[in-house]
Write a protein of this length. Structure first.
Length: 132
């Protein structure tokens, strides 16, 4: 039982330090108070009469969809890693390692899909800009 708590503490410490190290980097930036309104005017506003074209809608949809899939893949990787660390037998460790590898492969597929989608969008928008 002591090993279990040691592993949980190690994972918790690693996750906490990862979050805290990122927060300390962003804490050093300063914001110009005269330009605060530029942050609120970014992106299309739903129901506000903002003009958006089809390319922006498709790009935002792909970003949202692949972002959610990426989040799911990261959660699968974290669960697989936790199961692997807390496995009590070789059989459980083998299953957890398989889950971890499947999550990593899913993340690679998602990143490839994102790069292909935006490559196609860039080619299409470039060709549309040349014809009009």
């Amino acid at each position: 039982m002591k090993e279990f708590y040691t592993k949980v503490a190690a994972v918790g410490g690693a996750v906490t330090s990862a979050f805290l190290s990122g927060a300390s980097v962003f804490a050093a930036t300063t914001i110009d108070p005269t330009k605060l309104d530029t942050f609120t005017n970014k992106g299309p506003q739903l129901g506000g009469g903002a003009q958006t074209n089809l390319v922006d809608l498709v790009t935002n949809g792909i970003n949202l969809f692949l972002g959610l899939l990426g989040l799911i893949a990261v959660i699968v990787i974290l669960i697989g890693g936790f199961k692997w660390m807390t496995a009590s037998s070789a059989e459980e460790a083998k299953k957890a390692r398989g889950q971890l590898i499947q999550g990593l492969m899913g993340l690679v597929v998602i990143l490839l899909a994102w790069s292909i989608a935006f490559g196609v969008i860039n080619v299409v928008t470039t060709n549309l800009a040349k014809t009009s």
